[in-house]
Design a protein around this ligand. Structure first.
Ligand SMILES: N[C@@H](CCC[C@H](N)C(=O)O)C(=O)O
Length: 266
């Protein structure tokens, strides 16, 4: 693989390598290469990699890979970053709602400068598990409520729950969520496929906001304070017990670009 342009983006500190693959020159089945490109010492370094590909019905298709190289379920921050990337590449216009395909269905997005709003899939409901809540917001998330997320050993506790039998065989992402302070909720996430704490997780922020509503009954719009910044999550509650019109909003920024000339090897 030679002369592949890549672009680095981050959304509240969740960072990604992006490749415009509308011509199909990047081999999306080369999981070893993707893991090597995401490696923070042998590669570019990122929590994940995304390919922007063509779509028959919508503006483009998002293919998402975790930093372990595996093609994964939905990434909310990745969805916001690829929406910004699509505007910067001239695939879609700024300040206009557009739709794109992702692994969990069609997403609507709106880009206004560095701020990107992304409509997430409807959330059918939730399960009470292990003294916490389990929700699927495009990716699976286990929510543990704690007094203060800042003092949690996220690597140790997160890997314990991520690999717990109760979430087998797929495993889960794990979020440590504090009590709401007005409209603001602090949270930290251990991500499956990165196998470490990340500085932000979009689908995790959505799951944590909905779980906070379920537990406290407070509000349907929350500012989620993550190590890399702030995300806003809003939603409607439907009679069936589910959640619709779910929006995730926050900054998504271009960092740098370069060219992949050699294949890094792990
Ligand atoms: N960082 C993401 C979540 C990416 C998927 C996750 N690691 C999984 O495999 O479930 C986000 O912003 O939502």
């Amino acid at each position: 693989m030679k002369n592949i342009e890549f672009y680095k983006y981050q959304g509240t500190g969740n960072d990604f390598v992006l490749v415009d693959n509308r011509e199909g020159s990047f081999d999306g089945d080369n999981n070893e290469l993707i893991a090597a490109l995401c490696h923070r010492r042998f590669g570019i370094g990122a929590d994940g990699l995304m390919l922007l590909e063509t779509s028959d019905k919508n503006s483009f298709t998002m293919r998402y890979y975790n930093s372990d190289g595996g093609e994964a379920t939905m990434c909310g921050n990745g969805g916001r970053c690829i929406a910004a990337f699509a505007v910067h590449r001239g695939v879609v216009p700024e300040k206009v709602y557009f739709s794109f395909d992702a692994v969990d269905g069609v997403h609507e997005a709106f880009v206004d400068g560095d701020m990107v709003s992304l409509k997430m899939i409807d959330v059918a409901g939730y399960e009470e598990k292990q003294d916490g809540l389990f929700l699927d917001t495009g990716s699976p998330h286990f929510i543990k409520f704690v007094d203060n997320p800042e003092v949690v050993d996220v690597f140790k506790e997160g890997s314990f729950w991520r690999n717990h039998d109760v979430f087998a065989p797929g495993g889960t992402n794990v979020n440590f969520v504090g009590n709401p302070d007005g409209k603001e909720v602090a949270m930290r996430t251990f991500e499956r496929g990165v196998e470490d704490e990340t500085w932000s997780c979009g689908t995790g922020a959505v799951a944590s906001a909905i779980a906070t509503y379920i537990r406290s009954g407070a509000g349907k719009c929350f500012d989620m304070k993550v190590p890399g910044g702030k995300l806003t999550v809003s939603f409607d509650v439907v009679k069936s017990g589910g959640f619709e019109n779910v929006w995730l909003k926050g900054p998504a920024k271009y960092v740098f670009s370069g060219q992949i000339d050699a294949e890094p090897i792990l």
